[in-house]
Design a protein around this ligand. Structure first.
Ligand code: IMP
Length: 483
């Protein structure tokens, strides 16, 4: 089992040759993993990158490991061999018994015995790891460790080069970007590099674009959930399309016709039973088309504007509810000054009526943002606050919260200014379609999963002037058109 200096030398020579190639980050890392595993005569190798908030590790290159082992989900940086990220070399003699291993049962079914892990350090801090795996118990020599550390140093250069490349590209695309985006962006850099070149379905690519627009980090198919076993053998698995790490939610996007959904729903029910801690959401073809239609995209976005089908809330009902909301707000902020902030243009009617009913002193500020345009940009604040909100009590006033992505973005932006408090008041809450669980402190009405217009809300720029809130004609959002 002795590994000669010569084999390590030629492996390093091969690895350094690809580092500067035009290959993608994933291909380079896979090549490094393969050459490392072969030179060390181990059964598998995995190169992992740490996200910027140091919460989880993503696989960026692998060799010799099964799909099941790789798709056991993003590794929690605090639970999965945290010593490596402290800058230490970690040796696990028996992965099936060692309590430092996050998924020992999977290690067992995959026949993994020993693991050696070293940190990938960038400017003195851990930015990733390399781990090698053997099927037979194995001790590693000093030469093995020092070879793996050299490979880790090469990986650090590869990672940093990828980040730099990505940053330059982003800067070119979007000249102005919010601070929050900058910090979360760095964590998403490697993800961006790693995104699959081919999605299984075009709607997945559209969904990824939408998430990118709202700066929501995502991983594509990072985890498979075993659903059925025959003895030790897994005979059925389910791999949701996306995982959104910041929101800790898995998303399954289905392009099946509504009537073929039974099988998928069965699998989702099973996941919920077997893995109660896991949050999985299903977005159907119709849900997704409605989401895109909001921005004038997708099959529904093309439809002709027909008219309002029925009134959901009359002007009198809206005014009554606003008076109640205003009473609650005035009571909660008694003796304080309040800054009301709204986003143009949907909020104008609600903001105007709400502020007239408040009995406390308020100032008002309005922001504007760019909405999803399907062109791969990111959400931008096109009109920022006029005055500083640092140390002020702030109430964010919204017309409608749907997926919650807009509000989530805006709250991130506002909290960066350190207000004394930050709460949310929305006239309408379309809870059924929530993707991001943003806290709502004051809610006017919970509305059904329908496209609503009027009282400031538009469809393709029209209907804002209606004094009531109505549901857009169902012809426009007709399910049959999608099937
Ligand atoms: P979210 O980011 O998905 O929560 O979307 C919020 C924004 O989408 C709102 O501020 C509205 O501009 C728009 N929106 C969501 N649902 C509707 C609707 O039913 N009618 C009109 N606009 C909507």
């Amino acid at each position: 089992m002795s590994r000669s200096r010569g084999s390590y030398y030629s492996a390093l020579k091969r690895i350094t040759r690809v580092v500067n190639s035009a290959l993608s980050l994933r291909k380079i890392c896979n090549y490094i993993a393969k050459n490392t595993a072969r030179a060390m005569q181990v059964n598998g190798c995995r190169i992992l990158s740490l996200n910027a908030r140091k919460e989880y590790l993503i696989t960026v290159g692998t060799y010799g490991l099964s799909d099941l082992y790789l798709k056991k989900g993003p590794l929690d940086a605090r639970k999965s061999l945290p010593d490596i990220l402290e800058g230490k070399i970690v040796f696990i003699a028996d992965a099936t018994k060692d309590e430092r291993i996050q998924h020992p049962q999977i290690a067992q079914t995959q026949g993994i015995a020993s693991i050696l892990g070293v940190p990938v350090l960038g400017k003195g801090e851990a930015i990733g790891e390399i781990r090698v795996y053997t099927r037979e118990p194995r001790k590693f020599s000093e030469a093995d460790k020092s070879f793996l550390l050299s490979v880790a140093n090469i990986c650090a250069v590869v990672f940093e080069r990828a980040e730099l490349h990505q940053l330059l590209e982003q800067d070119y695309k979007t000249q102005t970007r919010e601070k929050r985006r900058k910090s979360s962006q760095v964590s998403a850099l490697l993800n961006t590099h790693l995104r699959p070149t081919t999605f299984a379905h075009p709607s997945e690519e559209d969904f990824a674009k939408l998430l990118d627009f709202y700066c929501i980090e995502w991983l594509y198919e990072p985890r498979s959930f075993p659903l059925k076993w025959e003895g030790d053998k897994i005979v059925e698995m389910f791999t949701p399309d996306f995982y959104l790490p910041e929101l800790d939610v898995y998303i399954e996007l289905t392009t099946l016709k509504q009537n073929l959904l039974t099988e998928k729903n069965r699998k989702l029910r099973q996941i919920r039973q077997l893995y109660p801690e896991v949050n999985v959401k299903l977005i159907t073809k119709n849900d997704f088309a409605k989401l895109l239609a909001k921005y004038g995209y997708g099959p529904l976005g093309e439809a002709k504007v027909e008219g309002v089908d029925r009134v959901l809330y009359s002007h009198a009902q809206i005014q009554r509810r606003i008076r109640t909301l205003s009473r609650h707000i005035s009571r909660d902020y008694a003796g304080q000054r309040l800054v009301l902030i709204g986003i143009l243009k949907g909020v104008v009617c609600f903001m105007a009526d709400l502020m007239q009913n408040l009995s406390i002193p308020v100032t008002v500020d309005l922001m504007a943002i760019s909405y999803y345009g399907g062109d791969g940009q990111v959400v931008k604040i096109t009109r920022d606050l006029d005055s500083s909100i640092t140390g002020q009590h702030v109430l964010m006033v919204e017309d409608i919260v749907d997926t919650g992505m807009t509000l989530n973005y805006i709250l991130g932006h506002l909290s960066a200014h350190n207000p004394a408090s930050l709460r949310v008041c929305t006239l309408l809450d379309k809870r059924a379609r929530r993707l991001v669980n943003v806290p709502l402190d004051y809610v006017g009405f919970e509305v059904p999963d329908e496209f609503v217009v009027g009282y400031g809300l538009d469809y393709k720029g029209e209907y804002r002037n209606l004094p009531f809130i109505g549901i857009l004609h169902p012809e426009l959002i007709k399910d049959d058109e999608l099937q």
